[in-house]
Design a protein around this ligand. Structure first.
Ligand SMILES: Cc1cc2nc3c(=O)[nH]c(=O)nc-3n(C[C@H](O)[C@H](O)[C@H](O)COP(=O)(O)OP(=O)(O)OC[C@H]3O[C@@H](n4cnc5c(N)ncnc54)[C@H](O)[C@@H]3O)c2cc1C
Length: 398
């Protein structure tokens, strides 16, 4: 058992009992449909144990866990309850590491040892990520501090009045309480943006909102304060808010960060978090099939790969299952099409993310550009393309 699990049943939902929306106008709705096409046991059990929750797929958590447990045991899988402390596959063996965000200490230490400290993370300090198209470029300017760089940042200038209104709300906003365990990590690492703000009205001007060396071409002057946005994926469709790691509640992040003029209509694809989370740096250590680059008999699945969320974790497991089935049958594995939600998620964690990998859940921002500007039409088209591509993938690999 980990410190977050309670029952010993398989697929225990440790917090919410919801798998979010089934609506295909949401990225998670499309992911569910893709998993259905792939024949997901998790999703099948979710539908069988569904409880009323509008457009969300919520389940009776005990019945759901029983359903998954029965299906796994019914399929003849031997369940051995034992802590694994090292990974030593023999000839012809494949091991799947799916030990989740609360991987035990001994195994974490072992993984740090074989992967190296830079490739195994114990903590998320993630700043929010927004889509590029939702940034108001009329209010922003592109440029680097002291002109050093190649126009890498989008800068959001603020007047004194705008800054003060923002500071006021940031210092009053509701935060998630810090657990004792996290205190040590917070102390060791970076400070949340709201903590910096609380240390004085001008503190942010010497930290993440420092205007020094940034000239707004519209005025030819340094603004009073500047929020910088940095490209987050290779395609340049996502930007993170530099230095804005935060413990603000998600609703509060949307309310307060939208007070930054160029983020008035920002679409948040990832909210900021700071909490304990164990995951590997997939981009450096895993291939596109989530196999360890230096030993392909070791495969990773679930949240430990750098995805986040119940469904995203289950979906990576499903993909790994497809891959292993082919390898066991002596066939070459087939990569997921990039134009599926799951393929886009795997692409993001194994290739697409820039900087230190931040755990990611599915969203439209990670899907490749399909050349349609109108949001509603684009979402409809993405759903159609993704499901067609997934159908093709499944018929090809089976
Ligand atoms: C406190 C908390 C709340 C969360 N709330 C939500 C939420 O509301 N909604 C959401 O979508 N996601 C939530 N998540 C994220 C969610 O838990 C994960 O996305 C998902 O459950 C991860 O699935 P997994 O199969 O990768 O890992 P897990 O479900 O954690 O399963 C890993 C299993 O590996 C076992 N294990 C660990 N170490 C070892 C070892 N050395 N040897 C053998 N077995 C080992 C564990 O006991 C566990 O059974 C939450 C996570 C946490 C930590």
């Amino acid at each position: 058992m980990t410190e977050v699990h309670r029952t010993g049943g398989l697929a225990e939902l440790v917090c919410s009992n919801s798998f979010k929306s089934v609506d295909l106008s949401n990225a998670e709705g499309i992911l569910k449909k893709e998993m259905e096409i792939m024949g997901s046991v998790v999703l099948d059990c979710a539908y069988k144990t569904r409880v009323p929750a509008g457009k969300a797929l919520a389940v009776d958590r005990d019945k759901f866990s029983d359903c998954v447990t029965n299906k796994v045991l019914g399929a003849g899988v031997a369940l051995i309850r034992k802590e694994i402390t090292e990974i030593v596959p023999q000839e012809n063996e494949i091991w799947v590491v799916a030990t989740g965000p609360a991987t035990s200490v001994s195994l974490s230490n072992y993984l740090t040892h074989i992967l190296g400290e830079d490739f195994f993370h114990f903590f998320d300090a993630v700043a929010p990520i927004v889509t590029k198209e939702s940034i108001d470029m009329d209010k922003a300017f592109i440029g680097d501090r002291y002109g050093i760089g190649s126009g890498d940042y989008i800068n959001c200038p603020m007047t004194k009045e705008e800054y003060e209104a923002f500071w006021e709300e940031l210092t009053k906003a509701e935060t998630i309480p810090i657990e004792d365990f996290d205190k040590k990590y917070l102390f060791d690492r970076c400070r949340p943006v709201e903590d910096i703000a609380k240390s004085g009205k001008e503190a942010l001007l010497y930290g993440p909102l420092k205007p020094k060396g940034l000239i707004d071409p519209k005025t030819g002057q340094e603004p009073y304060a500047v929020v910088q946005l940095r490209q987050d994926n290779i395609e340049g469709t996502l930007y993170n808010i530099v230095g804005f790691q935060t413990r603000l509640r998600w609703g509060e992040q949307k309310r307060v960060f939208r007070l930054i003029p160029c983020l008035r209509n920002a679409e948040f694809v990832r909210y900021g978090v700071m909490h304990r989370n164990i995951y590997v740096n997939s981009r450096e250590t895993l291939d596109e099939f989530l196999r360890l680059k230096k030993d392909k008999r070791i495969v990773f699945a679930g949240q430990i790969t750098g995805v986040e969320g119940y469904l995203e974790s289950a979906a990576t497991g499903l993909y790994v299952g497809y891959t292993i089935k082919r390898i066991v049958n002596g066939e070459e594995p087939v990569p997921l099409p990039r134009k599926t939600m799951l393929g886009s998620l795997i692409h993001y964690i194994s290739k697409g993310a820039l900087g230190k990998l931040k755990p990611m859940y599915v969203n439209f921002g990670i899907f490749p550009d399909i050349g349609i500007k109108d949001k509603k039409r684009r979402k409809q088209m993405i759903a159609r393309i993704a499901l067609e591509e997934m159908e093709k993938y499944v018929s090809e690999v089976n």
